[in-house]
Design a binder for this molecule. Structure first.
Ligand code: ATP
Ligand code: MG
Length: 152
């Protein structure tokens, strides 16, 4: 199925807007077209999980930057937040099933630690990559192979 990630991200952002507003967190969108071959439900699942984390581990009045663009042969999606961050030594582990950064933190936020492992599985299923960048702020970068825009 030919999908424009811009459309999916717009849809997911409007779904998550209410939850973000509760903590006065703004979703700042900068969305360019990105045509990929994939499953719409999988993509929704991926983006909801990442934005859910970006809300959950953010601060009151925080921001989430959601960006999409196409470059060379790939489509790029970036989700960055102004939250508590992830320590260097945790970076490799957060994609493991049931991994939560520490017990106190997961008690406070109430996660199972399954979100990111599922996200990684779904991204790979669609020939994608996902990485946590070495940035000051928490930035997840996802890429998918681009396809030519589909017109009927
Ligand atoms: P679940 O998603 O299953 O409800 P969870 O959010 O704890 O639970 P994951 O989404 O897999 O689990 O994330 C794993 C761990 O990585 C989290 O417990 C959290 O400590 C850390 N983490 C994930 N996203 C962020 C983020 N945006 N900022 C800071 N820490 C994060
Ligand atoms: Mg999660």
């Amino acid at each position: 199925e030919h999908i424009d990630v811009k459309e999916v991200l717009e849809d997911v952002c409007s779904r998550m807007e209410g939850k973000a507003k509760k903590f006065n967190i703004s979703l700042i969108r900068s969305l360019g077209h990105g045509w990929i071959l994939g499953d719409q439900q999988n993509l929704i699942h991926i983006f909801i999980n990442l934005i859910d984390n970006a809300i959950k581990y953010n601060r009151i009045n925080g921001k989430i930057f959601i960006t999409s663009y196409t470059k060379d042969q790939r489509v790029y999606i970036e989700i960055r937040d102004t939250g508590i961050g992830i320590a260097k030594e945790e970076k490799d582990k957060i994609f493991e099933p049931f991994y939560t950064v520490n017990k106190d933190r997961s008690k406070e936020y109430g996660g199972t630690g399954l979100g990111l492992s599922l996200v990684q599985e779904l991204v790979r299923k669609q020939q994608g990559t996902i990485a946590l960048l070495d940035d000051l702020e928490t930035t997840f970068l996802i890429t998918f192979p681009k396809v030519e825009k589909f017109t009927v």
